[in-house]
Design a protein around this ligand. Structure first.
Ligand SMILES: Cc1ncc(COP(=O)(O)O)c(C=O)c1O
Length: 426
């Protein structure tokens, strides 16, 4: 099979083939991708998250160092000594696991402390915690919206939000487009009971910030509520790293603030913060909370400390932003299309899946770990390389990435050809 002629979408369903036959076709496709060194998924890290990581190269099976441009661990809190120590102490005090689901014996005092800490950090009355961000979005939306309700979604919201809407009506508006939002609200006005507008604070594939202040005003004027997923905003934007509502100075005005603990907070888990009545309701109706064992105690303890660190050490965020400004300016000066990126996530839009695969292969060979993002994750004309920054990437790391990108950008005719100098790739 020639994998360059296919995408993941082609194996989603295949007429007349049962699950085993379908999986066999996909397996063939996957093997061909591997043979071409086009498979940059599930590369094995031997060292954990840091600006430079050790990777077991899937093609040579040799251990090597790579500049890691694919982490959501923006503040590198995965490695912060205070956060590690807090987890270690909780592990010793409570043991390795919580022992049960939260409603039936699994709720520890450290979980309640975390709920209170998140609510305070997000400026909300109350909060519920989940074992992952996918489950917090999916499980909370499914509990809040029923058959007679509607979710009004930005076209680029995360998959966990879309999956949470399976039991309700869904309407989409054009990405961050306020006219489109208003038209959609107008259409839904007298048709549904609860209307919930759901957006991401920072978009995970584009790095742009939602116009949350305008969205809240418009939605409320139509009697709709607003939910924001703060996955990539928490710890990164807002004066104190509290996220998009803080960035727009509208804390307390967003009806539901959700997010994950797995990005800038450097651990794992998800949360929803809102009025106490909503949170109490979710304890009893959110299936991904009720029917799933509570978070490990060391996770909860590390997360409390992660929020303390974000407040105590603004220097981490300042350094991250220095890197963001530097990298962004240089990518733009080189002539790359980085869409509307405004945060630590950088798409380099190429618009050709095969070129994306080839460039990612060459970047891998050059010791730079980036992610390909192709159809169907984005439309074909927007296929891209996705990179993200950490506060402790050095100028040398970033310059090396920029040099290699410049060389490849010219080679694959993504940017202007002039002054095409050879860069040492291997
Ligand atoms: C915008 C967004 N929301 C939710 C999630 C899910 O979070 P988690 O990884 O904690 O399940 C992710 C990423 O993984 C994300 O990018």
């Amino acid at each position: 099979m020639d994998s360059t002629k296919y995408s993941l979408a082609d194996f989603y369903d295949i007429e007349g083939l049962d699950m085993i036959e379908r999986a066999k076709h996909f397996y063939e496709y996957h093997q061909d991708i591997h043979k071409r060194h086009h498979n940059q998924y599930r590369r094995i890290s031997l060292s954990g998250s840091a600006p430079v990581i050790k990777v077991l190269d899937p093609y040579t099976e040799i251990e090597r160092e790579m500049i890691y441009m694919a982490s959501n661990d923006y503040l590198n809190l995965t490695r912060h000594p205070r956060i590690i120590e807090a987890g270690r102490q909780a592990l010793e005090k409570y043991g390795a696991g919580a022992g049960s689901v939260p409603l039936l014996g699994g709720t520890l005092d450290i979980h309640v402390q975390l709920e209170k800490r998140v609510a305070a950090f997000k400026g909300c009355e109350s909060a519920i915690i989940y074992t992952n961000g996918f489950g917090s979005n999916c499980g909370s939306i499914a509990a809040l919206l029923r058959e007679n309700d509607v979710a009004i979604l930005d076209l680029l919201v995360h998959a966990s939000i879309i999956d949470g809407c399976r039991g309700t009506h869904v309407e989409y508006f054009r990405h961050n487009n306020m006219n489109s939002l208003e038209k959609t609200l107008q259409k839904c006005k007298d048709k549904y009971r609860t209307k919930l507008v759901i957006v991401d604070g920072v978009y995970s594939m584009d790095g742009d910030i939602s116009k949350l202040d305008e969205i809240v005003n418009i939605a409320h004027s139509y009697g709709a509520y607003v939910m924001v997923d703060e996955a990539h905003a928490t710890g990164v934007i807002g004066k104190n790293g509290r996220g998009t509502p803080e960035h727009f100075n509208i804390e307390g005005k967003v009806d539901i603030v959700a997010g994950t603990f797995s990005k800038a907070l450097g651990v794992v888990g998800g949360f929803v913060a809102a009025k106490k009545e909503i949170i109490e309701y979710l304890h009893y109706y959110s299936r991904s909370y009720m029917f799933s064992t509570a978070q490990t105690p060391q996770t909860a303890a590390s997360l409390i400390e992660a929020m303390n660190v974000i407040e105590d050490e603004p220097i981490l965020r300042e350094k991250l932003w220095d890197n963001i400004y530097y990298f962004k300016k240089n990518l733009i000066d080189l002539g790359f299309n980085i869409g509307n990126s405004e945060t630590a996530i950088f798409p380099v839009i190429i618009g050709n899946d095969v070129k994306v695969r080839e460039i990612c292969r060459e970047m891998h060979e050059a010791g730079i770990y980036v992610n390909p993002v192709q159809y169907p994750a984005v439309s074909r004309k927007l296929s891209r390389i996705r990179m993200s920054l950490m506060y402790n990437h050095t100028r040398q790391h970033l310059d090396r990435v920029l040099n290699v990108l410049e060389y490849l950008g010219k080679k694959y005719e993504i940017i202007n050809q002039s002054g095409n100098e050879e860069v040492e790739i291997a």
